[in-house]
Design a protein around this ligand. Structure first.
Ligand code: AMP
Length: 422
C-alpha cells in the first residue's frame, strides 16, 4: 500500500457532504454580496510569492513547495491565493473588463508546515478580494461577508478580532518605536524574532514562543502610532461594524503573518478549535497591486480556512429519503424492463439505483436496505405482464402493486407515495 503524502488527506463520502454544503453556502453568499468567481492555476512562478507574500514571511522562508520544472523554470504550488488573484487582476486588466472587481476563489493551497489538527500541508481556502475601494465601508462589507458565512453555517462561539497596522506614512515611525522599545532585549528573543527585528519588526507580534511574551507584552501598540488618515479610517471601520451589529475586539497583537497588510487586519477565531483557532483572516493591502507591477490600486480581502470551518461546523442529520429508490428485477426476463424503468426515473429527476450481476431478489433487497432508499420497486412476475410493478415502502415494509405508467410521475412529483394497504 502506498499511503497519502504526510499532511495531505482524502475527503471521503460521509465528510464530503459537509464540504459540499460549505462550498454551496460560500458561493451563494459571495454572489449575494456581488463577488464573481475566478479560478487561477495551482502553480505560479516562484517570484510571485517572493515578491507578493514577502521575502521575510515564514511562508516564503520555510514553507513553499517550490521546484524547477523540466523546462528549467522555478515554480511554486501556491501557498495562498491573494498574489495569484492580484496577478490575474493585473494580467487581464480586470478593472476595465469588470463593472466592479470584487472576486472570490475556492481551492487547495500548499504549505510545508508541521501537520496537526487544523493544520495540513494541502489545505483549502475560500478567498475574497476587492480592488480599488478606499472607503472604509468596504472593510466593513468584507468583514460582514466573513461573519455572515460563519453564522449561516451554524458555527457559534466565535470572536471577531480587528486591528490597524498603519500604512507607508505611519508604519516607519512605529517600526522605529518598536526597535527602540526592544533595545537590548532583542538578543533575548528567539532567533525568528531577532530576524524580524531586522526585516519587519511588526511581525514580532506573531511570535508564539512563551519566553518572548513578557518582552512582547511591553511593546508599544500600532494603533497609538497611526497617522491622522489611518486613525480616521480605523474609527470609521469600527463605527460601520457596530452599525451592522457585529461585535468585535481590538487586539494590538493581530498583525497577520504576511508582509503586505496595511491599515485594517482582522480574524475570526473559533472557540472549539484548540491551538489552530483562526477560522479566517485578512485585511487591507493598499500597496500590493503596484508592487506586483500593476496600477496603484488599493485592495482588501480575506482567506477562510475551509478545513477548519468543516471541523467547526455542526453535524446535520441526513435528510430522510435523499437516497432515492431502488429498482429490483425478478429473474433475467425482467431486467430490460427494470433498466427501462431506471432510465425513466433518472431522466425524471429521481435518484435511482439497481444491482449488477445476476443476483437474487433477496440480495438485491439487502443492497436496497443498506443504501437507505425510501422505496424499492420490484419489477417482474405476473405484475409485469399486467403492466404493474410492486412498490415496497422500506420504512413500513408495506407493499402494493402500482401501474407502471404512474410510478415515475408519482415518484418524480417529490411526494412520498403512500403504499396502499393490501
Ligand atoms: P493565511 O493565508 O495564513 O492568512 O490563513 C488564512 C486561513 O487559512 C487561516 O485562518 C486558517 O484558517 C487557514 N490556514 C492557514 N494555514 C493552514 C494550514 N496549514 N492548514 C489548514 N488551514 C490553514
Amino acid at each position: 500500500m502506498i499511503p497519502a503524502v504526510r499532511g495531505t488527506r482524502d475527503i471521503l463520502p460521509g465528510e464530503v457532504e459537509k464540504w459540499q454544503r460549505l462550498e454551496r453556502v460560500s458561493r451563494d453568499l459571495c454572489e449575494r454580496y456581488g463577488y464573481l468567481e475566478v479560478r487561477t492555476p495551482i502553480i505560479e512562478r516562484e517570484e510571485l510569492f517572493a515578491k507578493g507574500t514577502g521575502e521575510a514571511t515564514d511562508i516564503v522562508q520555510k514553507e513553499m513547495y517550490s521546484f524547477v520544472d523540466k523546462g528549467g523554470d522555478r515554480v511554486t504550488l501556491r501557498p495562498e491565493a491573494t498574489p495569484s488573484i492580484v496577478r490575474a487582476f493585473i494580467e487581464h486588466s480586470l478593472e476595465q473588463t469588470l463593472a466592479f472587481p470584487k472576486l472570490y476563489s475556492i481551492g487547495p493551497m500548499f504549505r510545508y508546515e508541521r501537520p496537526q489538527k487544523g493544520r495540513y500541508r494541502q489545505f483549502h481556502q475560500l478567498d475574497v478580494e476587492v480592488f480599488g475601494v478606499k472607503d472604509p465601508a468596504i472593510d466593513a462589507e468584507v468583514i460582514d461577508l466573513a461573519f455572515t458565512l460563519v453564522r449561516e453555517l451554524g458555527i457559534g462561539d466565535v470572536e471577531l478580532v480587528i486591528n490597524s497596522v498603519g500604512d507607508h506614512v505611519c508604519r516607519p515611525a512605529f517600526d522605529k518605536a518598536l526597535v527602540e522599545a526592544l533595545g537590548q532585549n532583542v538578543s533575548k528573543l528567539c532567533s525568528d524574532c531577532q530576524r524580524r527585528a531586522q526585516t519587519n519588526p511588526l511581525r514580532i507580534f506573531d511570535c508564539k514562543v512563551p519566553a518572548d511574551q513578557p518582552i512582547i507584552d511591553a511593546l508599544p501598540h500600532s494603533v497609538d502610532y497611526l497617522c491622522a488618515e489611518c486613525r480616521e479610517h480605523f474609527e470609521a471601520v469600527q463605527r460601520h461594524l457596530t452599525a451592522a451589529g457585529m461585535p468585535f475586539r481590538v487586539s494590538h497583537r493581530l498583525v497577520r503573518g504576511l508582509d503586505y497588510y496595511t491599515r485594517t487586519t482582522f480574524e475570526i477565531l473559533g472557540a472549539s478549535l484548540g491551538a489552530q483557532n483562526a477560522l479566517l483572516g485578512g485585511g487591507r493591502y493598499d500597496g500590493l497591486v503596484k508592487q506586483l507591477g500593476g496600477p496603484d490600486r488599493v485592495g482588501i480581502g480575506f482567506a477562510v480556512g475551509l478545513d477548519r470551518m468543516v471541523l467547526a461546523m455542526p453535524d446535520q442529520p441526513p435528510e430522510r429519503g435523499t437516497n432515492g429508490v431502488f429498482v429490483a428485477a425478478v429473474g433475467d426476463d425482467a431486467r430490460d424492463a427494470a433498466i427501462a424503468l431506471l432510465a425513466d426515473l433518472r431522466r425524471s429527476g429521481v435518484r435511482a439505483q439497481m444491482e449488477f450481476g445476476a443476483r437474487g431478489v433477496k440480495a438485491q433487497m439487502k443492497r436496497a436496505d443498506r443504501l437507505g432508499v425510501t422505496h424499492a420497486i420490484i419489477v417482474g412476475g405476473d405484475e409485469l405482464s399486467r403492466g404493474e410493478v410492486t412498490v415496497k415502502d422500506m420504512t413500513t415494509g408495506d407493499q402494493a402493486a402500482v401501474p407502471r405508467s404512474q410510478i415515475v410521475k408519482f415518484l418524480a412529483s417529490g411526494l412520498r407515495p403512500q403504499v396502499p394497504q393490501p
